[in-house]
Structure formats: structure tokens, C-alpha cells
Design a protein around this ligand. Structure first.
Ligand SMILES: Nc1nc2c(ncn2[C@@H]2O[C@H](COP(=O)(O)OP(=O)(O)OP(=O)(O)O)[C@@H](O)[C@H]2O)c(=O)[nH]1
Ligand SMILES: [Mg+2]
Length: 457
């Protein structure tokens, strides 16, 4: 990714809407705006962060393109830290596309994915965790996920990391000061003090890792497949959980032939549900593909909802599917409890203590109870959503690396290793922490992060 030149992109989603916004950033933003905009005031004559009304003109053909509002924002107080111009045109594909084209012919180049945010990072407007938070805000699936991302945008994680780094620096100076110059070793009382400090840092890092793992659930959600033999009410359950008629429900066994997906929000945790079609012997290619997709869904989801029809006795097919499913985290859902109960679930579970929930998908009873059991199964009941951050796997890996380095440092102190070696491990830990906030992050990792963004962000 190059970070030179002036870039432009349509920053609103494709399609028609009220308005579309074209964003230009870089040192030539104002010159470009001058070339393509005609209005009472000219873009370079107005104060920063002001809006003017006018018309976009193709500088080559003098053709008029659209009536627009144009915002001028002078560096450095802009999102990217560079001179920025935003043009709000009518929200159609053609006006937005044509406006972007004239920006390009007037000297801008097409922005790459995430390039505006990458520039914000490179210009020190955001650190890396904050840039990642921008991505999380845009893709937040629940309001709790959004809140976590906002905390992070405000620098909550960065602050904690910086504090840890400062503490490590203080340990390094302790080591320096405690050197007994006679034999270049750390004195015993100092040794104890240093070990204690390192170990308290490790405790904080471990706490961050634990919190972070829970936060990953909040951002990325979990996934679950609804499995069971034909006609037990899997699709009805999906619809009841989604609160909409997503999947077709009929009394005909084998109604669902494809895997159907939908997101639900269980007390702030996004859960992606897959309604499946069971494993009956495939009679044609459509069913065969459906069954393959069901197997994949079972494999790739974090837990299963095994549905049985409570109004009839269990069948061989129930048992077969249960046996395939039971290795994964599982909730047994006994459906159709609005009808007289004929099921004896222990016939297949043999006493395995899976959580059981009785529902009527048809009458929407027991659904709240099922949501509670889902929360418990994924360990999210202890999630303190108010204080949660928006941690990513990248952060967790680096935190673990720092933790390993510090554990080695403690061992070094205890085993009277040379102070240089101990200092080396502490410096490595500090480096890993620095990489989280982007102080020393290699270019290819930066590219990978910003590639996740959409164009125009
Ligand atoms: N009484 C009663 N009937 C239900 C309930 N849930 C589903 N049914 C009925 O059971 C039949 C099958 O429901 P579906 O939701 O299509 O079942 P499925 O498991 O998705 O079936 P396949 O897609 O064929 O595998 C339909 O006639 C539903 O109306 C329930 O809670 N109570
Ligand atoms: Mg179905």
C-alpha cells in the first residue's frame, strides 16, 4: 500500500440513497476541489470545517454533473490528518461515480481499502488499536459490540498497554540501579522486589487476555447449528428465535433442503444460527448437497441445538443424529410442548448431562429460557458488557508473547542469570506490547489490518 498522493473514494455504500459522500484526502485536495467545483465561494477561500453549496463540473468537457455540498477540512484536524474535502452529492450510483471520476481526472487517485484510516494511523491521529476499533464500529453487530469498539476508539486498550509499558521501563531501571558493580549481579533484596514487579505485570496481562477472549465473543459472536431429524421443528425454532418467518415451515418431512442462516442477538452476544436439513438418505443431488452443507455447519459452528419432537417417542434417526452431535457443546431442545408429551429423552442421552430446554416453537414458549441456556453454554453470563473492550486475536497473540517473555525474565532473576539477559526479555515483552498499539508493527501486518476495511474508510 502506498501512502503518497491525494486519494479519493466514494465513502457511502453502493446503491441508491438520500446522499452519497465522496471523500478526498491529501495535499492536493483543495486544488482538486477548485478544479471540479463551481459555486458562489471557492473551496480554498473558505474557513476550515465549513460547507459550501455549488456544482460539480467535469473540467475536461465542462459538463455539469450534480448539485452538491462541499466540506473543506484543513490539516491537521481531520480524520486522516491531511487536507480533506468531502462532497455530498445526490445518492445515486451515477452522480457518485461521475463525481469520483472527475476527482481522479483532476489529479486524485483511487483510494485503496482502509487507506483513509491507514493515513490517520501513519499521521498519528489514531494508534493501531484505535484504527481497528474503527473497523469494529463499522461492522458492529449489536449495540454492546459497538460500545466496546467505542471504548477502544477512545483509547481504553491503548491506555492500559501504555501503562504496562511504562511499568516495564521502571523495572528495567530498577535492574540497572540494583546492579552490584563488584560482580555484575542483582543483589538478593532487589531480586525479590524485581520478581514481584514482573509477576504483577504478568497478572495484569493475564487478566487482559481473559477479558479479551470474552470480548472476542462480543464482537465476532458465536455460531450454532440447529440439527435434528425431519419435521421436529428446526425451521420453526429458527423462525421463533429470529422473530421472523425466515425458513419455510410445512408438515412435509424434508422441507428444508438448504442450510439457512440468520443472526440473533442473545443479550448483546451475536449468535449466527444455521437451520439444517438433517441426514435422511439423499434421494437426489439437491438433498445430497444439502446434507453435505449440514455436515459442514455442524463441523464449523461453536455449538449445536439438537431438536427433538416432544409429542412423539424418539426414533432411530433421532439417536443417529444425536450420536453425531454429542461431541460438541450441545443444548437439547424438546419442541412441541404445546402437545401432550410422549418423549423420554434419557432414551438417547443415557444420562449425559446436556442442558435441556422445553419449548414450543409454534407458540413461542420457552424461547427466553433457551436464550439463557445459550448464554450459559458459551460462558457469557459473566461478561461485564459495560467494561468490555474490543480485543482481537492479534492482540491476544501479542499479549501471550509478552507474558512468555516476562515469565522467562522472572526465571532469569531467580536463577541469577546475567542482568543483560533479563533486561533483554523485558525489552522483548515491551516490544510485543508496542506492536499492539502499532509502535513497531511490521508493514505487512499493517497492510493485512487495513485490507479488512472497505474502500472509502
Ligand atoms: N404443535 C406444534 N407443531 C410444531 C411446533 N414446531 C413445529 N411444528 C410443526 O411441525 C411441522 C414441521 O416443522 P418444521 O419447522 O418445518 O420442521 P423441520 O424440522 O424444519 O423439518 P424439515 O425441514 O423437514 O427437516 C410443521 O407442521 C410445524 O407447524 C410446535 O412447537 N408445536
Ligand atoms: Mg426445516
Amino acid at each position: 500500500m502506498v501512502s503518497d498522493g491525494t486519494i479519493a473514494a466514494i465513502s457511502t455504500p453502493p446503491g441508491t440513497g438520500g446522499i452519497a459522500v465522496i471523500r478526498i484526502s491529501g495535499k492536493d485536495s483543495l486544488t482538486i476541489a477548485e478544479r471540479i467545483f463551481k459555486g458562489k465561494s471557492s473551496p480554498s477561500s473558505i474557513e476550515s470545517h465549513r460547507v459550501i453549496y455549488g456544482r460539480i463540473i467535469d473540467p475536461g468537457t465542462r459538463e455539469e454533473i450534480d448539485d452538491v455540498l462541499l466540506i473543506v477540512m484543513h490539516a491537521p484536524k481531520t480524520y486522516t490528518g491531511e487536507d480533506t474535502v468531502e462532497i455530498s452529492c445526490h445518492g445515486g450510483i451515477v452522480p457518485a461515480q461521475r463525481t469520483l471520476e472527475v476527482c481522479i481526472s483532476a489529479g486524485a487517485r483511487m483510494a485503496q481499502r482502509g487507506e483513509f484510516t491507514k493515513r490517520a494511523f501513519l499521521n498519528g491521529r489514531l494508534d493501531l488499536t484505535q484504527a481497528e476499533a474503527v473497523l469494529d464500529i463499522v461492522s458492529a453487530k449489536t449495540k454492546e459490540g459497538l460500545r466496546g469498539a467505542l471504548y477502544q476508539l477512545n483509547g481504553l486498550l491503548s491506555k492500559k498497554i501504555r501503562r504496562l509499558k511504562d511499568f516495564l521501563i521502571s523495572i528495567l531501571s530498577d535492574i540497572e540501579l540494583s546492579l552490584d558493580f563488584a560482580d555484575e549481579d542483582i543483589t538478593v533484596p532487589e531480586q525479590r522486589k524485581i520478581s514481584k514487579k514482573i509477576s504483577s505485570t504478568i497478572d495484569i496481562i493475564n487478566e487482559l487476555i481473559k477479558e479479551g477472549k470474552r470480548a472476542c465473543i462480543l464482537r465476532d459472536g458465536v455460531s450454532a447449528a440447529i440439527v435434528g431429524r425431519p419435521n421436529v421443528g428446526k425451521s420453526s425454532l429458527l423462525n421463533a428465535l429470529l422473530l421472523e418467518e425466515r425458513a419455510i415451515v410445512t408438515p412435509v418431512p424434508g422441507t428444508t433442503r438448504d442450510v439457512i442462516e440468520g443472526w440473533i442477538n442473545v443479550k448483546g452476544i451475536p449468535v449466527k444460527l444455521y437451520d439444517t436439513c438433517g441426514f435422511q438418505d439423499a434421494e437426489n443431488i439437491v438433498e445430497a448437497i444439502g446434507i453435505e452443507k449440514t455436515k459442514e455447519a455442524i463441523e464449523n459452528t461453536s455449538f449445536l441445538l439438537f431438536v427433538a419432537d416432544g409429542s412423539v417417542a424418539l426414533e432411530g434417526e433421532d439417536k443417529e443424529i444425536y450420536n453425531r452431535a454429542k461431541e460438541k457443546p450441545l443444548i437439547i431442545v424438546i419442541n412441541k410442548i404445546d402437545l401432550p408429551k410422549r418423549i423420554n429423552i434419557s432414551d438417547i442421552t443415557n444420562g449425559t448431562p446436556h442442558p435441556i430446554c422445553e419449548v414450543s416453537a409454534k407458540e413461542h414458549t420457552g424461547i427466553e429460557q433457551l436464550n439463557k441456556k445459550i448464554l450459559k453454554l458459551i460462558g457469557a453470563t459473566e461478561l461485564k458488557i459495560d467494561e468490555v473492550m474490543s480485543t482481537r486475536t492479534r492482540h491476544l497473540v501479542l499479549l501471550s508473547k509478552a507474558e512468555e517473555n516476562l515469565t522467562r525474565a522472572i526465571r532469569g532473576v531467580e536463577e541469577h542469570r546475567s542482568p543483560e539477559l533479563i533486561a533483554f526479555d523485558i525489552k522483548e515483552a515491551s516490544r510485543s506490547l508496542g506492536e499492539i498499539i502499532g509502535e513497531v508493527t511490521p508493514e505487512e501486518i499493517l497492510d493485512k489490518i487495513f485490507q479488512e476495511f472497505c474502500i472509502g474508510k
